[in-house]
Design a protein around this ligand. Structure first.
Ligand code: IMP
Ligand code: MG
Length: 181
């Protein structure tokens, strides 16, 4: 039987590490967003697992909405060209927006999203990224909340895909080189 775990060379972040870090982030966000009007804007599709786990660790009132972009074209390296494929459902003028993103890589996606969201005039806007690859940065953008800083390696699992697959791995891992061949 073909199992998705067969393609993993090494686990980088296991389920326990992810759960502990996400609980920590949820606690910090809950402290910082007391008496605010919190709206979590999750960037599809990579951040859905992170959003659903983080959401349950946030103890202040909040709402959620989704945006989608595409930049990868199924490749291992980002093309740098970002397109908006799904916009928000409602106005964000009265909200303290917290962008929930899977990873801050070159920064192209988040710079683009920030531009679009800033134009909608929210009360405030911050970024929460599960992973950060500082060495890959090409744009001047940083996250306010970061789960883990990782080196410039391609990862799959826990929302991260290779050609739209492997998002359902419960951990974040580095694939065997044979995955690409
Ligand atoms: P950026 O626009 O270059 O910052 O890239 C951000 C997007 O690239 C993320 O939202 C991910 O979808 C994707 N990405 C970046 N690094 C990885 C990775 O290691 N594995 C899977 N997807 C990645
Ligand atoms: Mg993504």
């Amino acid at each position: 039987m073909h199992k998705i775990t067969d393609c993993i060379e090494r686990i980088l972040l296991d389920e326990k590490m992810l759960a502990e870090k996400i609980a920590e982030l949820g606690k910090k966000i809950s402290e910082d967003y007391q008496n605010k009007n919190l709206l979590l804007v999750s960037i599809l599709k990579g951040s859905v697992l992170f959003l659903s786990d983080l959401l349950r660790k946030i103890t202040v009132p909040c709402k959620i909405d989704f945006m989608a972009t595409s930049s990868f074209n199924g490749e291992v390296k980002s093309s740098g060209i970002v397109r908006l494929t799904k916009d928000l459902d409602t106005s964000i003028e009265n909200y303290d927006v917290l962008i929930i993103e899977d990873i801050l890589d070159s920064g192209a996606t988040l710079s683009y999203i920030l531009e679009i969201l800033n134009a909608k005039k929210p009360k405030s806007i911050k970024i929460c990224a599960l992973l950060d690859k500082p060495e890959a940065r090409k744009m001047n953008v940083e996250a306010d909340y970061v789960g883990f800083k990782i080196p410039k390696v391609f990862v799959i699992g826990y929302g991260f895909d290779y050609q739209e697959e492997y998002r359902n791995l419960p951990f974040i891992g580095i694939p065997k080189p044979s995955l690409y061949s």
